[in-house]
Design a protein around this ligand. Structure first.
Ligand SMILES: O=C[C@H](O)[C@H](O)[C@H](O)COP(=O)(O)O
Length: 219
């Protein structure tokens, strides 16, 4: 598939930013899977990785890359992850795979966040992709009612539990005109663990590919 080729090109371009002897923060998803496969070629040069999901941990370990607990890693130079949508400010919607909370934690620790994506993820305004919100199970109905008050249509992701044992509400039809404000507002609802807006902490660099070339977006 051509989008797979674009994902692979963006993922491989991120290798350039991996420093020998470092621990690399690794995200989750189909684009990141290409990054993990590419990172395997550097497994003897890096110390190992910190992972944002059980799925990525398994793939990293299959390649023989050591995976460390984030609590034992005081500093992280680099975090590489995909996105469901990314705008020109490199703000993103993430969590299509349900890994948003661990992703946001690793992104918070990392000095540099690189988003890798095929060009179908680039948008002028965030919000066509339903915004994932991770919720403590007993709070699901309350949180859904609060989201309706904000103008969104929350839908429970069926037969899905996050790596943290929580549920996901996917919010449709939400106005994301002010991403940073909305990210904070949603996180203030009791019972919300976090939401998939990565606006307050956007990507520092985006590597976007159309399958032929890779474009680098940064300040
Ligand atoms: O929870 C999943 C992550 O936020 C992914 O980074 C995001 O869904 C993009 O995944 P993919 O690279 O498969 O499109």
């Amino acid at each position: 598939m051509s989008s797979d080729n674009a994902k692979k090109m963006a993922a491989e371009a991120a290798l350039e930013y991996v420093k020998p002897g470092s621990v690399v923060g690794v995200g989750t998803g189909s684009t990141v899977n290409f990054f993990i496969d590419a990172l395997a070629s550097m497994k003897h040069d890096i110390d190992g990785a910190v992972s944002s999901s059980e799925a990525s941990t398994e793939r990293l370990r299959q390649h023989g890359i050591a995976v460390f607990d984030l609590n034992g890693v005081p500093e992280l130079e680099l975090y590489v992850d995909g996105a469901d949508e990314i705008n020109r400010h490199r703000q993103m919607i993430k969590g299509g795979g349900g890994a948003l909370t661990r992703e946001k934690i690793v992104a918070a620790v990392a000095k540099t966040f690189i988003c890798i994506a095929d060009d179908s993820k680039q948008v002028t305004a965030l919000g066509d992709f339903p915004l994932p919100v991770e919720v403590i199970p007993m709070a699901r109905s309350y949180v859904a009612r609060q989201i309706v008050k904000l103008g969104g249509d929350p839908v429970l992701r069926e037969n899905f539990k996050t790596d943290n044992g929580n549920v996901i509400l996917d919010i449709y039809n939400l106005n994301i005109g002010k991403p940073i404000e909305l990210e904070e507002k949603l996180n203030q609802i009791t019972g919300v663990v976090t939401n998939g807006l990565f606006a307050a902490r956007s990507a520092d660099i985006a590597l976007i590919s159309d399958g032929k070339t890779v474009t680098t977006l940064k300040n």
